[in-house]
Ligand binder design. Structure first.
Ligand code: PLP
Length: 305
């Protein structure tokens, strides 16, 4: 059971979490017509009155774009204002995960995105590791990642997560930790809620943005860091068998951070992962506010002001 933060942002203000409730007839509940974000916040280890948010600007931009894909408006400034009020109300003292959500809030039926009210909420949970940082086993899913021509994949659209849910449960029920999905062209796309990287002969490779992936903010950050750190990078289509012979495979995402893959189906992968370790260390230092070169990736939110 999650530990929810005491206040939610709901109806344009902060209310006790238990009072932030919706009608059974809420349109988005039935049709998946919402879009969400996912951000981590961390009390600054050297100043508990400051919450560190990793790449808040990117997260706000993606959520605003997701809203636009659902034909509604949610500007970035509104998102930032709500996050600030939310953090000040909750004053978190441990690592948290924020879940902003824009959704069709009308009551009643008929799937549509026109002539319909939308609303925006945020709730939060306390969150440590989402996946084991020591590594996970992955199954190649029997479910196929959706195509961008059937669903806007560049947004985090709620309805899309039926495929993630089916894939994750299939993987867990068959004894694995996580699912890897191929796209409709049979190329590797991503995991149930994470992007994927592999290393072959010192080159960091990840499925390109035309492979029906979510354009992950952690993924983009890793690509940028790798380049700065002198690690050659390739964004291109990836075949399944490349995973089996890779030197390193790992997953990236806000919840999962950087998680190594230990095994794919029946193939054990090498446990020496020098490139992943370097990137993980750097990213951890940045998110904890310990890397002056990348301080611009961290928003420092005062909760005592
Ligand atoms: C389907 C999917 N892919 C990838 C990611 C990773 O994206 P990010 O690094 O922006 O969290 C997520 C999580 O947000 C996701 O839900």
């Amino acid at each position: 059971m999650h530990q929810f933060l005491p206040y939610a942002w709901f109806g344009g203000t902060c209310v006790p979490f238990a009072e932030a409730t919706l009608s059974v007839a809420t349109h988005a509940l039935h049709y998946g017509t919402g879009a969400f974000g996912g951000m981590r916040g961390l009390p600054n280890p050297v100043d508990a009155n400051e919450i560190l948010l990793f790449r808040a600007d990117r997260h706000a931009r993606r959520l605003s774009q997701s809203a636009r894909l659902l034909l509604t408006e949610l500007d970035e400034a509104t998102i930032h204002t709500a996050i600030l009020a939310f953090l000040k109300a909750n004053r978190p003292t441990c690592p948290i995960y924020l879940r902003p959500f824009v959704y069709t809030s009308d009551l009643g039926i008929a799937p549509r995105l026109h002539n319909i009210q939308t609303d925006f909420l945020i709730y939060g949970i306390e969150m440590g590791d989402y996946l084991s940082p020591d590594g996970v086993s992955c199954r190649i899913s029997s479910w196929t990642r959706q195509e961008d021509r059937s669903l806007p994949l560049r947004g985090k659209i709620s309805g899309a997560y039926i495929t993630s849910s089916l894939a994750k449960t299939e993987a867990v029920k068959s004894g694995f930790d996580e699912a890897l999905l191929l796209n409709s062209r049979g190329k590797v796309s991503e995991a149930s809620g994470m992007n994927l990287f592999l290393v072959r002969d010192g080159v960091l490779i990840t499925p390109s943005v035309d492979q029906d992936i979510l354009e992950g903010i952690t993924r983009a950050s890793i690509l940028e860091l790798a380049t700065v750190m002198g690690i050659p990078v390739l964004e291109r289509p990836v075949d399944k068998t490349e995973l089996m012979i890779a030197d390193e495979v790992f997953l990236s995402g806000t919840a999962a951070r950087v998680t190594p893959v230990r095994r794919i189906e029946n193939t054990e992968l090498p446990t020496h992962r020098p490139i992943m370790e370097r990137l993980r260390e750097r990213l951890t230092a940045i998110t904890e506010g310990r890397d002056p070169d990348y301080d611009h990736w961290v928003s420092r939110i005062r909760i005592d002001a």
